[in-house]
Design a protein around this ligand. Structure first.
Ligand code: SF4
Ligand code: SF4
Length: 312
């Protein structure tokens, strides 16, 4: 058992009233920490499992209060990210003194009971809309035992459960303690070429494709939902050859529904907030949303392979 899997995650956010993360009205629990390191990560604050500090330059009114209280002299207008994170000891004194909310703590420890308590007031909305709870991230399977306990509690409360996953996990353990409590799985298939996958996502993809293959058989037998999803990242996943290879892989498994996700460039701003260098910041193809015609072209490639757009 990996060390990461036995400890509790930090939670980034529990977002209510979501209409974009599965059927109906949903609450989405965003975990902090991911075994992949995708260069385009839309939630760069979710990459590290540990607590971080963020700085929003747009909100800062430059009052100087934070600089006055910082015991490490880690804050400076001369620093591109404002915070020298190699010097910061995460005492969070600056956050307490900031009048504008420009500084913030990223990641909060929450117990299963605390999460359930926060979610339960929205249960009537789940029940009337066919919604429920989505676990997202970050990567919930990085914390298998915690995720199992959370899902079990959700099912005890008759709540529909959905997992959004990068697919990089120990399948045996997943099948033993996570899968039994899931209704639906949204599973990322980003790049078919393993060398390119390692280059852009930090790990090769054999384990991911093998997990998907085995899960596709299991979910088909169990009547559970498994939807493959491909984020369209310009010149990385968003190429005709990659989408054709994904279509062929899915067709071979008799998959009939999939989703392509339009590219959203807002992650560039988020990277700055948590002090992550962004090599694509000035890359023209990475600064605009996916054009509708591009999304339609890839949906057509999937359709030609007998794979329709997933409904939700
Ligand atoms: S968290 Fe503490 S050490 Fe870090 S910048 Fe703020 S005051 Fe300074
Ligand atoms: S305390 Fe907040 S508003 Fe004032 S300079 Fe620091 S980050 Fe900006």
């Amino acid at each position: 058992m990996a060390k990461d899997e036995i400890r509790s995650p930090l939670i980034l956010e529990i977002k209510g009233n979501s209409l974009d993360d599965g059927p109906g009205i949903r609450s989405v629990v965003f975990y902090k920490g991911c075994p992949l390191s995708c260069v385009w990560c839309h939630n760069p604050e979710s990459k590290k499992a540990s607590v971080e500090i963020s700085f929003d330059a747009k909100t800062c009114i430059d009052c100087g209060s934070c600089r006055d209280v910082c015991p490490k002299d880690a804050l400076s207008r001369d620093n591109r990210f404002y915070i020298d994170r190699s010097n910061c000891d995460l005492c969070f004194l600056c956050i307490d003194t900031c009048p504008s909310g420009a500084l913030d703590r990223v990641g909060k420890a929450m117990s299963v009971d605390e999460i359930i308590k926060k979610i339960m007031p929205d249960k009537p909305f789940f029940d009337t809309s066919g919604g429920g709870v989505t676990l997202s991230g970050g990567e919930p399977t990085l914390f298998m035992d915690f995720t199992s306990a959370l899902l079990k509690s959700l099912k005890q409360n008759n709540i529909h459960t959905l997992l959004e996953t990068c697919g990089y996990f120990d399948l045996n353990k997943f099948m033993d303690i996570v899968y039994p409590y899931l209704d639906s799985i949204y599973f990322d298939i980003k790049i078919i070429d393993s060398i390119a996958h390692k280059k852009y996502c930090g790990v090769p993809n054999e384990k991911i494709l093998d997990n998907f293959t085995q899960l596709s058989e299991k979910t088909a037998n169990d009547g559970k939902i498994l939807i493959p999803r491909t984020p369209l990242i310009p010149d990385i996943t968003d190429t005709v050859s990659n989408i054709r290879e994904i279509a062929a892989f899915l067709k071979n498994l008799n998959i009939t529904e999939a989703t392509v996700l339009a590219y959203n460039p807002l992650w560039h701003e988020k990277s700055d907030k948590v002090g992550v260098e962004d090599p694509y910041k000035n890359n023209k193809t990475m600064t605009s949303f996916t054009d509708n015609s591009v999304t339609e072209r890839y949906k057509a490639i999937l359709r030609d392979a007998g794979i329709n757009e997933a409904k939700s």
